[in-house]
Write a protein that binds this ligand. Sequence first.
Ligand SMILES: Cc1cc2nc3c(=O)[nH]c(=O)nc-3n(C[C@H](O)[C@H](O)[C@H](O)COP(=O)(O)OP(=O)(O)OC[C@H]3O[C@@H](n4cnc5c(N)ncnc54)[C@H](O)[C@@H]3O)c2cc1C
Ligand code: FES
Length: 281
Amino acid sequence: MYRILKKRELAENVDEFVVEASEIAKKAEPGQFVIVRISKKGERIPLTIAEKDCDAGTITLMVQRVGKTTFHLSCLEEGHVITDVVGPLGKPTHLEKWGHVVCIGGGLGLAPVHHIAQGVKDAENRITTIMGFRREDLVFWEEKMKLISDRLIVTTNDGSYGMKGLVTDALQELIDSGEEINMVITAGPVPMMKAVAELTKKYRIPTVASLNPVMVDGTGMCGACRVTVNGEVKFACVDGPEFDAHKVEFDELINRLNMFKTLEGEALKEFQKKHCGCGKE
Ligand SMILES: Cc1cc2nc3c(=O)[nH]c(=O)nc-3n(C[C@H](O)[C@H](O)[C@H](O)COP(=O)(O)OP(=O)(O)OC[C@H]3O[C@@H](n4cnc5c(N)ncnc54)[C@H](O)[C@@H]3O)c2cc1C
Ligand code: FES
C-alpha cells in the first residue's frame, strides 16, 4: 500500500508527498527514482526519490504539475493510496571522496540534488550547493539544503531573493574566486544542465548530469528514454539517469522532450474537462 502520509504545497504548482513505501526506502540510494501509476489505466511517470526515512518506512516525492498525470497526482490527498510505486530504479550515484563538490539544482532538479548531496556528504566531501529559481516565491527546501551543505547559494532570475542571475552566474563567480572545484553534479531543466556542462567543460571540471527524458517502463525495454552519450545510445532508466555531462547530446534530449507536446496538451485539456481539476469524475 503506497499511502500518502503527508502532502504540502512547496511552491506554485509544486507538491511534496511523503509516501508509505518501506521496502523502497530500505533499498533506495541517491540518484534513484520510482515509476508511479495513479490508477489501473494510468500512465506511468518517473519521479525521483528526493528523500527517504528507513525508520518511518517512507519516501518523499516532489511533483511539479506539468501535464495530465502530474495534475492528477496533485489531486490526491493525505490518506489516499497511489496504485503503483515501482522502484528503486536507475543506477545509484557514483560516490567517492572528491574534495570540493558543487551540487547545482534548478527548480525541481532539487529532488535528485537533495538525495545526491546527502550521499556526497556521507562520502566526506565539502559541498557548495547552488539552487536556482525564477523568483522568490518559487524557492523551496532551502533549510533542508542548508543542513547538508557547507555553503549554500540561492539564485533567482529576477533578483527577488538571493543572488540575481542564473546558477551558471554563481558557478562562474566561484570559479573566478580561484577556489578549487573537484566535481560538479547537476539536475534541473535540460537547457540549464547544458549551460552548466558548457561552462565546466571550459575549465575541465568533471561534471555529472541527472537526465530526465520521457520514460515508460523504466526497465530498459521500451527505448523511450534513449539519450546519446559519447556518440553511443544509452537508456537513461538502466544506464543512468546520471551521465558524464560533457558527453551528453543535450540538443537531442531537448528535441525528444518536445516531440509529444501537442498530444500531451490535448491529454491535459481532456483530463481537466472531465475532472474539473479535482481528480473526481
Ligand atoms: C529519472 C526522472 C526523474 C524525474 N523526477 C521528477 C521529480 O522528482 N519531480 C517531477 O515533478 N518530475 C520529475 N521527472 C519528470 C516527470 O516524470 C514528468 O514531468 C512527468 O512524466 C510528466 O507527466 P505528465 O503526464 O504530467 O505530463 P506530460 O503530459 O507527459 O508532459 C507535459 C509537459 O511536461 C514536460 N515534460 C514531460 N516529461 C518531462 C520530463 N521527463 N522532464 C521534463 N519535462 C517533461 C513537457 O514540456 C511536456 O510537454 C523526472 C523524470 C525522470 C526521467
Ligand atoms: S523507459 Fe523504457 S527503456 Fe527506459
